[in-house]
Ligand binder design. Structure first.
Ligand code: SF4
Ligand code: SF4
Length: 327
């Protein structure tokens, strides 16, 4: 796969979701909020065209597939841009997506199982069948399972079930408060060791898929081991955020990751970007931080102050904005 893009966006198309995962980053009122569309599909397409850039649009939410006209939006955008999708695959439009969207324009789909939200066997089987349909049409589908303590324990059994349908699971490290504890710090030594083991297996199982993806998935769950180590502090490191990477809000606002610095609006066709990378002064999703910092993060000797800063920044960031969901 030959991706040629100028800019990447973490595009929070909506915050509304049909699931209520206990570990979700999105606050409950935002998940429950009435779905709002801020622009027509044609306006979004024109807005991105007006930037003069070729984009890699990571479409997330909330649940993007419940967005009205989602497949049509993807169809329009994928004519000139590349997409990657974060979805729970619960909406039937993903079958139409599989049949109509050119897989050459979609870098990957993170198909998140969210097991606790699928209490009935038939909803799990519907998910599996949708992944198989997408695979059959040539999409790179990464099937992920968020590692709650119970699922760390049950991962081998669930993996067997998925493997019996020709699929492999990727364990995804939790980075959130869950049942009164903050993860990943709250994982026990045994749980960490199991997650390392599951990740090693996932890397092997997905080697054929990742070898043809052209570049590493931005949401690179295969290296989630690194999240099990001490918090990763990016502050002060040179980063392309605002220059060749931005966050886009549901209303089209373009933001320099978690900093709150606005760089215009896609729908208003007035987005303008930084001329060059600039030192990090914020906190954001580590997958994007990792990709856009230069030189890449080296697990260094973080000081106690760094770790304190991390939690302070995390709190400020959470308090100040609509957070992205777990990707
Ligand atoms: S983690 Fe994803 S699927 Fe679950 S509630 Fe949040 S946005 Fe919805
Ligand atoms: S928070 Fe992350 S994405 Fe934002 S500037 Fe810092 S390293 Fe870059």
């Amino acid at each position: 796969m030959n991706l040629k893009y100028d800019m990447e966006a973490d595009w929070i198309l909506l915050t509304t979701c049909n699931f209520r995962c206990a570990y979700c980053f999105v606050p409950l009122p935002a998940l429950e909020t009435k779905l709002t569309t801020y622009g027509t599909n044609a306006q979004w397409t024109e807005g991105f065209a007006a930037t003069g850039k070729t984009w890699l649009l990571h479409i997330s939410g909330g649940e993007p597939s419940i967005y009205p006209g989602f497949v049509d939006l993807c169809q329009r955008l994928s004519e000139h841009h590349y997409l990657s999708i974060n979805s729970n695959l619960s909406h039937r439009c993903m079958d139409t997506f599989a049949e109509t969207i050119n897989p050459e324009r979609v870098h990957f789909i993170n198909a998140a199982v969210h097991y606790d939200e699928r209490p009935k066997q038939k909803t799990l089987d519907a998910f599996i069948s949708r992944v198989q349909t997408l695979r059959m049409h040539g999409f790179h589908v990464l099937v992920s399972l968020v590692m709650t303590p119970v699922l760390v324990r049950d991962f081998p059994e669930l993996s067997k079930y998925f493997e019996s349908h020709g699929l492999s699971l990727i364990p995804k490290v939790m980075r959130e408060r869950f049942e009164g504890k903050i993860y990943p710090g709250a994982y026990s030594a045994e749980q960490r060791s199991l997650i390392h083991e599951y990740l090693a297996k996932a890397r092997k199982n997905y080697a054929t898929v990742t070898s043809v993806m052209g570049e590493t998935a931005t949401i690179d769950m295969f290296t989630d081991d690194r999240l099990l180590d001490s918090p990763r502090i990016y502050r002060g490191k040179l980063c392309g955020s605002g220059h060749n990477f931005v966050r886009i809000e549901p209303n089209g606002a373009v933001i320099r990751c978690g900093s709150g610095v606005q760089l215009g609006n896609i729908l208003l066709k007035n987005a303008s970007f930084l001329d060059a990378p600039k030192p990090c002064d914020s906190f954001y999703c580590p997958y994007f931080c990792e990709k856009y910092t230069s030189p890449p993060f080296v697990p260094a000797q973080e000081t106690k102050r760094d770790v304190g800063d991390f939690f302070l920044t995390l709190k400020t960031w959470r308090d100040s904005q609509r957070q992205p969901p777990d990707r």
